[in-house]
Design a protein around this ligand. Structure first.
Ligand code: UGA
Length: 438
């Protein structure tokens, strides 16, 4: 099929490249010419394992191309995916749809033959209806069908998630178009993904409800972890014990710091705002948002307790600063929040981050990036394992002990069995929702 993706951000680039890998002809459009020239050489501006290889493979097969010419690209394609950003608006809660609508305005003025226009961007319920109105206003009746096809890709796992999703959701108010998507996603559905045709509004809501539910699961286990700390119970035992009930499910029950990233914080807030606007308050989602905010303070206070409230001139080492492993993304990462608090209190920060140094941190004079774990953890007062990168799962503790008189670790991802530290008397190990060193 002939497909065009508008927006080569995370979603547009991964989905466009993966569709080309399934044998479709895909044009990825963006207005950022520098980015496009990098992409044309297979140079990927985002950190996503496996993506660069896939771009190069499909560029050389001639199925994938990059362009800044929106009009010619849409006129060459049958299906147009809108995958531009929908960041949080200035009010701090709603989704800012200005990029979506400006693309739609352009499309509505230029299409000459029938196009299937698909929102891949996360958009509030009813956005498809608004897009339809814009096209009708520009006298394009009969020349388009609007579809919602939300994405469920995780950063760092996006290619696998695209190729082997649990489900493909297609929201369309026209049965003929469902058949087109049946065909487009056939290779994926044949491998076992469920195909979920539904109304356009339902698809829009499925996306928000999925992210809100996952954020709820994480907040739930984080709150149980707090309770575990009070009653000397290991939260990992609880997560395992409840997760094996298939009605609950074991995934997304890893206790940790507050959830972050570009999606959960933004989408939970936008969903709560939609509920408020429609006088249908989403009290559970609201309390998840509030709990997640408070969690940042809870972790911060724990760190002060560990350091006996003496923060000034303490050297705190962060292992990992991204919001999760296998990404270079710092958006809403709890590390950024914590580091800025500690600097204000006069602490010094060392950090080691597998995805490299971070400009936003390096501008502070008391923050130092190290490209070696053991240099970063040398002569420090506290080591915080913030992100669950694989390389933190087998640290050389003898080396860390040799480099420090006393070792205190706060593991925000429970990467180690706390019993492991019982015999290592010079290490005090704190983790989430578990007794200290026990
Ligand atoms: C999330 C969803 O998982 C995707 O399905 C969705 O497509 C995407 O948002 C989006 O809307 O674009 P992502 O933000 O890449 O994907 O990251 P997740 O893997 O979901 O993690 C989000 C946050 O939750 C991270 O801070 C992570 O550390 C935290 N988390 C996740 C936990 O604390 N515990 C868990 O068990 C799982």
């Amino acid at each position: 099929m002939k497909i065009c993706f508008i927006g080569t951000g995370y979603v547009g680039l991964v989905s466009g490249v993966c569709f080309s890998d399934l044998g479709n002809n895909v044009i990825c459009v963006d207005k950022d010419k520098d980015k496009l020239s990098r992409l044309k050489n297979g140079d990927i501006p985002i950190f996503e394992p496996g993506l660069s290889e896939l771009v190069k493979k499909n560029l050389s097969a001639g199925r994938l191309s990059f362009s800044d010419d929106l009009i010619s690209s849409i006129n060459k394609s049958d299906i147009i995916f809108i995958a531009v950003g929908t960041p949080t608006a200035k009010d701090g809660v709603s989704a800012d749809l200005s990029q979506v609508f400006s693309v739609v305005q352009l499309i509505s003025k230029k299409i000459k033959s029938h196009k299937v226009i698909v929102t891949k961007s996360t958009v509030p319920i009813g956005t498809g209806d608004k897009i339809e109105k814009i096209l009708n206003k520009n006298k394009k009746k009969g020349l388009f069908t609007i579809v919602s096809n939300p994405e469920f890709l995780r950063e760092g796992e996006a290619i696998k998630d695209f190729k082997y999703p649990d489900r493909v959701v297609i929201g369309a108010n026209d049965n003929k178009v469902i058949k087109i998507f049946n065909e487009l996603y056939r290779p994926i559905v044949n491998k076992g993904a469920a195909f979920v045709p539904c109304s356009r509004r339902a698809a829009e809501l499925i996306k928000y409800a999925s992210n809100a539910f996952l954020a709820t699961k994480i907040s739930f286990i984080n709150e149980i972890a707090n309770l575990c700390e009070k009653v000397n119970v290991n939260v990992d035992d609880v997560a395992l014990g409840i997760g094996l009930d298939k009605r609950i499910g074991s995934r997304f029950l890893r206790a940790g710091p507050a959830y972050g990233g570009s999606c959960f914080p933004k989408d939970t807030k936008a969903l709560a705002k939609v509920g408020k606007n429609l006088n249908s308050p989403l009290s559970i989602v609201n309390s998840v948002i509030n709990f997640n905010e408070k969690r940042k303070t809870y972790i911060e206070k724990n760190i002060y307790k560990i350091l006996q409230n003496k923060i000034k001139n303490k050297i705190i080492c962060f292992l990992g600063v991204t919001f999760k492993a296998n990404t270079d993304d710092l958006r809403d990462s709890s590390a950024i929040n914590l580091i800025s608090k500690f600097i204000k209190k006069g602490a010094k920060i060392n950090y080691y981050e597998p995805s490299g140094t971070k400009e936003i941190l390096d501008k502070h004079k008391n923050v130092n990036y190290f490209d070696d774990i053991y240099l970063a953890t040398k002569k420090v007062d506290l080591i915080i394992i913030h992100t669950e990168w694989d390389e933190f799962k087998n640290l050389n503790f003898s080396k860390i002990m040799n480099n420090n008189k006393k070792v205190i670790i706060y593991d925000l991802r429970n990467l180690y069995d706390s019993k492991y530290f019982n015999n290592k008397n010079s290490i005090t190990y704190y983790s989430i929702g578990r007794p200290v060193n026990a």
